[in-house]
Design a protein around this ligand. Structure first.
Ligand code: UDP
Length: 331
C-alpha cells in the first residue's frame, strides 16, 4: 500500500485535505507536531506526532510507510510573529523543509505539493495578480514561502523532484458537513474573529479605514477551504500523471472589503456586530485579488463554494457549535 505523507495535516487546511484524500480513496498519513494542529482533526488517518526538525523521526516514518508523494503544510504562519521572530520562521519553514526534501531524496520520493501563499507577491503592482507578477514579499513569512519555491524550482531543474506550489489567497469557511473548521490559538484571522464578535457580543477591530479602496478597508480574495483542498487533489493527480512541475494561484478572483465581510456575517448570523475602527496593521497590502486562470485552465480547478455567504455560513455552523461549549470568549 502507498501512502501520501501530509505534513501539518492536523491543521486547518491540512485536515480538510486529509478528509478529501480519504474520500477519494488515498491513504494519507499525517506528520504533525501538534503545536497548532489538533489530534481529532486527522480522523482515521495515521498520525505521527513529530517535528520536521527531528530528522530521525522523519526517516523512521519514511522507513515504516511506503510513501509515494508528500503534501507539505507544516509551517509557522503568523505574519506579525515572523517580523518579530524571523529566525523561527527561517528555521521552521525553510531549514525544516529542506530537511524534508533531503529525506524524500534519500527514500526516492520525488513528488511534492507545497503550501505557498499570496504573501510571496508583497504589495501588488496590478490586480488581479497572476503567477507572473513579480515577487517581493514584505515579511519573513512570505520570504520563506518564496525562498522554498526557489529551492523547489532548482531541485526540479536538477531532476531531483517534481512539485506543484499552490499560492493561496485567504482561506475561509469550514467543512460543509461540519466535521472540521478553523481553530487557531491565538486567532488572528478576520472571519473567525468576526464570528466570535457576533456570538459573544464583543466588538471587532477593523485594522485601517483609510485605505485607497471604495470603503477605506482592505480587500481580500476569500476561497473556501474545501475548494482549496480540492486544488491539492488536482495537483497531486497532475504529479502522479507525470506532468510538469508548476506554480498556481488559488483564489476566486473576487475581492471583499473588511466591512463587506462584516455585513455578510451580520446577515448569516442574524446578529448586529459592533466595530472598533482601529489603526492599520503593519504590512497589510490594501488589496489582494487572484487570477486563478492558470489552475482553471491547466488543472481544471473550479470552485464549488465561491460565494462569500456560503463560506461564512459553513464557518458559522462550525464555530457556533464550538462556542456553545465555551463559557467565555476564547483569547
Ligand atoms: N482584519 C481586521 N481585523 C481583524 C483581523 C483582520 O480588520 O481583527 C483585516 C486585516 O487587516 C486584513 C483582512 O482583515 O485586511 C484579512 O486579514 P486576515 O488576518 O484574515 O488574513 P490576511 O489577509 O492577513 O492573510
Amino acid at each position: 500500500m502507498s501512502f501520501i505523507l501530509v505534513t501539518g495535516g492536523a491543521g486547518y487546511i491540512g485536515s480538510h485535505v486529509v478528509k478529501e484524500l480519504l474520500q477519494k480513496g488515498y491513504q494519507p498519513i499525517v506528520y504533525d507536531n501538534l503545536d497548532t494542529g489538533h489530534r481529532e482533526a486527522v480522523r482515521e488517518a495515521p498520525l505521527i506526532e513529530g517535528d520536521l526538525a527531528d530528522g530521525e523521526k522523519l526517516r523512521e516514518t519514511f522507513q515504516t510507510y511506503s510513501i509515494k508523494a508528500v503534501i507539505h503544510f507544516a509551517a509557522s504562519c503568523l505574519v506579525e510573529e515572523s517580523v518579530e521572530h524571523p529566525l523561527k520562521y527561517f528555521k521552521n519553514n525553510l531549514s525544516n523543509s529542506i530537511q524534508l526534501l533531503e529525506v524524500m531524496e534519500e527514500f526516492q520520493v520525488n513528488q511534492i505539493v507545497f503550501s505557498s501563499s499570496a504573501a510571496v507577491y508583497g504589495e501588488p503592482l496590478e490586480i488581479p495578480i497572476s503567477e507572473e507578477h513579480p515577487s517581493a514579499p514584505t515579511n519573513p513569512y512570505g520570504e520563506t514561502k518564496w525562498m522554498f519555491e526557489q529551492i523547489l524550482q532548482r531541485s526540479s531543474k536538477a531532476g531531483r523532484v517534481r512539485y506543484i506550489s499552490l499560492r493561496y489567497f485567504n482561506a475561509a469557511g469550514a467543512d460543509p458537513e461540519g466535521d472540521l473548521g478553523e481553530d487557531h490559538s491565538p486567532e488572528t484571522h478576520l472571519i473567525p474573529l468576526v464570528l466570535r464578535a457576533a456570538f459573544f457580543g464583543k466588538p471587532i477591530s477593523i485594522f485601517g479605514t483609510d485605505y485607497d479602496t471604495p470603503d477605506g478597508t482592505c480587500i481580500r480574495d476569500y476561497i473556501h477551504v474545501t475548494d482549496l483542498a480540492h486544488g491539492h487533489l488536482l495537483a497531486l493527480q497532475r504529479l502522479e500523471s507525470g506532468r510538469d512541475s508548476g506554480i498556481y494561484n488559488l483564489g476566486n478572483g473576487k475581492g471583499f472589503s473588511v466591512r463587506e465581510v462584516i455585513q455578510v456575517a451580520e446577515r448569516v448570523t442574524g446578529e448586529k456586530i459592533n466595530i472598533l475602527e482601529s489603526p492599520r496593521r503593519p504590512g497589510d497590502p490594501s488589496c489582494l485579488i487572484a487570477s486563478s486562470e492558470k489552475i482553471r485552465k491547466e488543472l481544471g480547478w473550479r470552485p464549488r463554494y465561491p460565494e462569500l455567504e456560503r463560506m461564512i455560513q459553513t464557518a458559522w455552523n462550525w464555530h457556533r457549535s464550538q462556542f456553545k461549549a465555551m463559557s467565555r470568549m476564547p483569547d
